[in-house]
Write a protein that binds this ligand. Structure first.
Ligand code: GTP
Ligand code: MG
Length: 305
């Protein structure tokens, strides 16, 4: 595939094409990943999550400029919530991240349609495309607490959780499960009132834990705290690089299991479709001479022989 040389050079057209393949064409994606796999796995993945409208996209836009100034080459994948039932549609003013920016950061929205498994599968491979193209870090935006939420913290090396002072349910959200995943907690929109109370609440709730996460106030509007955030990320990237192997092992185990189970699933599906005794069992169910569970056990036994 002559996509590879351009991909290696980090050319935008090639990246866009490769990610589209990964999203839409499983067979070609497989071939592509087979070829690039050796040159992947070395970038730090930063997951940015938090409630809808917390300012994740705004933060990523400004922070990636700051990260670039610090000598890194960030790329962004935004898991697009517009296909969610409630996602972006309710937020008329959500910040759209364009496909590319003047800063040289590669930015791309990827669909969140389909099962969580399918989303994390294409996300994983889109990350590989960006790694191959030379980007580091790779920043992933995903809405927290959504129904088809991708478990961003299992994919990310560094997880950032974004909160806002102006939402009454912030503390509840904190209690609801984002407490364990963050390496960094941001109280964004710190230009609004209630910032200090929320900051204290987050610190009391999460700060004292053994993980000792970083808690920062940021305002994209006033451009405060962004540099500090970028610097924290850069330092953390260096620290996480050392322990990346462990987490990678977990991820690869999960991926490999996934692939094997999928393969088996397909094979069995084929076998069942072409199996005549399968149909005889269906007839037995129809005539009530057998129940589905016994039939299922019998068929499974013959398949496993
Ligand atoms: N006052 C204030 N508004 C902000 C700040 N950061 C972002 N906003 C606004 O908050 C709104 C939502 O920002 P987005 O960046 O789209 O938030 P998001 O978390 O990416 O939203 P979704 O992707 O829809 O979940 C926009 O109108 C932003 O302009 C901030 O620091 N202060
Ligand atoms: Mg967004």
């Amino acid at each position: 595939m002559d996509l590879l040389p351009d991909l290696k050079k980090g050319k935008r057209g090639a990246i866009a094409k490769a990610i589209s393949l990964v999203e839409n064409n499983p067979n070609e994606a497989k071939n592509l990943i087979k070829k690039i796999f050796k040159d992947t796995g070395n970038s730090i993945i930063i997951g940015i999550t938090g409630p809808a409208g917390a300012g994740k996209s705004s933060l990523i836009n400004t922070t990636s400029v700051a990260l670039k100034k610090l000598g890194t080459k960030p790329a962004v994948l935004a898991i697009d919530p517009s296909s969610h039932v409630t996602g972006g549609a309710i937020l008329g003013d959500r910040v759209r991240m364009t496909e590319s920016t003047d800063s040289g950061t590669y930015i791309r929205s990827i669909a969140s349609r389909g099962s969580t498994g399918a989303v994390s599968h294409s996300l994983r491979n889109s990350i590989r495309v960006l790694e191959y193209a030379g980007f580091n870090p790779i920043i992933i935006e995903s809405v927290g607490a959504g129904q088809t939420e991708v478990e961003i913290s299992t994919i990310a090396d560094i997880t950032v959780v974004v909160f806002n002072p102006n939402t009454g349910d912030s503390i509840q959200t904190i209690k609801a499960g984002l407490t364990e995943i963050g390496d960094i907690y941001l109280v964004n929109k710190s230009d609004l009132s209630g910032t200090n109370q929320l900051f204290d609440a987050v610190r009391d709730f999460i700060g004292a834990t053994e993980r000792n996460p970083v808690i920062l106030k940021t305002s994209v509007k006033k451009n405060t705290g962004i540099k500090e955030f970028a610097k924290t990320l850069k330092d953390m990237m260096a620290a996480k690089k050392k322990i990346k192997k462990e987490k990678d092992q977990e991820r690869l185990i999960a991926e490999l299991k996934d692939i094997v189970l999928n393969n088996i699933d397909e094979k069995i599906e084929e076998m069942l479709d072409s199996n005549k005794t399968f149909l005889t069992y269906v007839k037995k169910l129809q005539s009530k001479t057998m129940n589905p569970f016994d039939a299922g056990d019998k068929i499974t036994k013959t398949l496993m022989k």
